[in-house]
Design a binder for this molecule. Structure first.
Ligand code: LER
Ligand code: MN
Length: 270
């Protein structure tokens, strides 16, 4: 298993669960100094993913890019894949696909989290599910050009009414033949929605492609009451070798959250 930590480049996301906020240079330098394996980037748009300069940062600091988020399309522009208006859905898909492309050039998968949207008033559930599946299909084939998967993240009930639970989402991907979409399991969302986190992770098996490593209160692992050893044992049982990526609140400050994360990662995976 590999360690990763988040950086937000989106001022509108302030207050959100990202550790670093002072640009890529700062995030790469601090992550490397603390011994992380990778950085996960939350950009305002694909344009902020400048492939040349980021490759230089990756080489200079011996870090990978773990994943790239697409949620700014929602945070900044209120776009999502299940919006009742076709134009908004098209813009949402274009926003996501551009990020898939740039992330792919960095060898990283892109994430569908907030941009999945929700079943809005006046839209049939079956219709929203079809729109979601269409968006995922387009993204998985764009990602396949780079040999990466696309990541689908179930969110808790306060953020979406599409899929709140991991195994429901995995069943949907299987039903729709979305075999190159992997599941991103966020321990914070799981803490709200799942009956038992280790059992659910075991149920995901090889569909688990990425993990947001957060404690029960969305702070760095070690600052809440999630049972870390039981989760790591479940991940070992399914042979998970991907990232544990700290998408957590920068509390009490970014540095402390980062230090606590890497200390917990090392203690749990030693
Ligand atoms: C995105 O990874 C996520 O977990 C959502 O809750 C948006 O922050
Ligand atoms: Mn997440």
């Amino acid at each position: 298993m590999k360690s990763a930590i988040t950086v937000s480049l989106v001022p509108e996301a302030l207050g959100g669960p990202f550790v670093f906020w002072n640009g890529l240079q700062d995030a790469f330098a601090q992550s490397a100094a603390l011994g992380f394996d990778a950085v996960e980037i939350f950009p305002p748009s694909a344009d902020a993913i400048e492939v040349g300069p980021i490759r230089a940062l990756m080489q200079g600091h011996d870090l990978s890019v773990a994943a790239v988020g697409t949620g700014a399309g929602w945070v900044k522009h209120r776009l999502h894949l299940c919006h009742p208006e076709v134009l908004v859905r098209q813009q949402a898909k274009a926003f996501i696909l551009e990020i898939v492309q740039r992330a792919g050039e960095l060898g990283a998968p892109a994430i569908l989290g907030s941009m999945q949207g929700r079943v809005e008033d006046g839209v049939e559930v079956a219709q929203a599910m079809d729109w979601l599946a269409e968006g995922l299909a387009a993204a998985e084939s764009a990602a396949a050009n780079f040999g990466t998967v696309f990541l689908y993240e179930p969110l808790n009930r306060y953020e979406t009414n599409l899929f709140n639970r991991q195994l429901d989402a995995a069943a949907f991907l299987a039903e729709r033949g979305l075999h190159r979409v992997g599941i991103l399991a966020d321990l914070f969302h799981m803490n709200i929605e799942e009956q038992d986190l280790p059992t659910t992770l075991r149920g995901l098996g090889s569909k688990l492609a990425h993990l947001h490593f957060a404690d029960s209160n969305r702070r760095a692992v070690g600052f809440g009451h999630t049972n870390g050893p039981a989760i790591i044992q479940a991940l070992r049982d399914i042979g998970y070798s991907g990232y544990l990526s700290a998408e957590v609140l920068p509390l009490p400050d970014s540095r402390s959250a980062a230090e606590r994360t890497i200390a917990s990662f090392r203690a749990l995976t030693a």
